[in-house]
Design a protein around this ligand. Structure first.
Ligand SMILES: Cc1ncc(COP(=O)(O)O)c(C=O)c1O
Length: 338
């Protein structure tokens, strides 16, 4: 009975999404990185190769949000984020794919030169608004924009920063299902997954997936801005609210969430020598590029945990590459230095 409700939840998730294609993303081995670190058996799940705007984790979340937006007849989506937000850019690409108008509210000052994600936003001809600082005024601004569009006869749909909502958590539960199937084909099982944690939806989805599939894989996340306590509360809250939404008896507590805040260091989006070295090591050993803001910090955590003897030599450890590559070139000065 319990099992069938879990399977039904997974089936329901499959029917509640639109499709941006590009799945399953490749699962690759990283033997040279593993050797260089004298580490466990390392794999990488290439979610930097999802569809939309150079790839990334948001594609899986947006499949659910855009299905909802389309069901509600939306013809405009309004989304908020940092100027270099990967999420905002992927929302704009998804909107264009579906013939919906993207309206982006970007927090920060308009730069003289458009680069990275902002350049892509511009190329997608998104309507861009710049707004100073985070706070309640941002929500007010978004609501006012939505009202203006409604008055003009449009149907706006508002997407919060990071798109981590109970409705979008299944994106990564289904990614977990995909990964479990890929490991099944290899005749292997997953011991650990390593990923970055921002607004929490990715880790929440992966944890939700392990619960629905009854797998033992442990999800370790590197927070990129929130304290360990805040991040664990957010992730547990997302899992529980999503379980309720999809009608399945899954429930976790913050203590079940393995999230580390030791790697935030100088702060969100600030690169340091460890991140630079990690990016170069992965490029040098495996020919794979990571981003400095999310996957770079998650890789610093993986390297540190290996050095601390966290894993056994025969553990299968999967690094979830969640994308973010358009921002790489913004860090050219720092990356050239070392
Ligand atoms: C490239 C990349 N990786 C990881 C994350 C973190 O994902 P989440 O917000 O679901 O925790 C983000 C979020 O913006 C991202 O852009």
């Amino acid at each position: 009975m319990v099992k069938s409700s879990k399977l039904m939840a997974l089936q329901k998730m499959h029917t509640q999404k639109t499709c941006f294609a590009g799945f399953p993303t490749p699962l690759q081995k990283m033997p040279r990185l593993s050797k260089a670190l004298n580490g466990p058996r390392l794999f990488v799940k290439r979610d930097d190769m999802t569809d939309l705007a150079f790839g990334g984790n948001k594609a899986r979340k947006l499949e659910f949000l855009f299905a909802d937006a389309q069901n509600k007849g939306a013809d405009v989506v309004i989304c908020v984020g940092a100027i270099q937000s990967n999420c905002v850019c992927m929302v704009a690409a998804a909107a264009r794919r579906l013939g919906i108008k993207p309206v982006l509210v970007l927090v920060g000052e308009e730069p003289e030169v458009y680069d990275g994600n902002l350049l892509l936003d511009k190329m997608l001809s998104a309507e861009i608004h710049f707004i100073e600082g985070y706070g309640p005024h941002v929500d007010d601004y978004m609501n006012r924009l939505a009202e203006q569009y409604k008055k003009q006869g449009h149907h706006p749909y508002v997407i919060p920063a990071g798109a981590s909502l109970p409705l979008t958590v299944p994106g990564y539960a289904l990614a977990m299902e995909e990964l479990v199937n890929q490991f099944h084909e290899l005749g292997e099982t997953i011991d650990y997954i390593v990923c970055a944690c921002g607004t929490g939806g990715t880790q929440a989805g992966l944890i939700f997936g392990t619960k629905l599939l009854d797998t033992k894989a442990k999800i370790l996340a590197a927070s990129v801005f929130a304290s360990k306590t805040d991040a664990a509360n957010t992730v547990a809250g997302l899992v529980n609210r999503s379980a309720k939404l999809f009608g399945v008896g899954v429930s976790i507590v913050p203590e079940d969430v393995a999230v580390f805040d030791d790697y935030i260091k100088e702060g969100y989006g600030i690169i340091n020598n460890e991140v630079t070295s990690a990016l170069k090591l992965v490029a040098h050993t495996e020919g794979i590029f990571l981003d400095p803001i999310y996957t770079g910090k998650a890789m610093v955590m993986l390297i540190d945990l290996i050095k601390k003897g966290y894993f056994k030599a025969d553990d299968n450890v999967v690094f979830f590459h969640t994308g973010g590559l358009p921002a790489l070139f913004l860090y050219k000065t720092e990356l050239q230095k070392q």
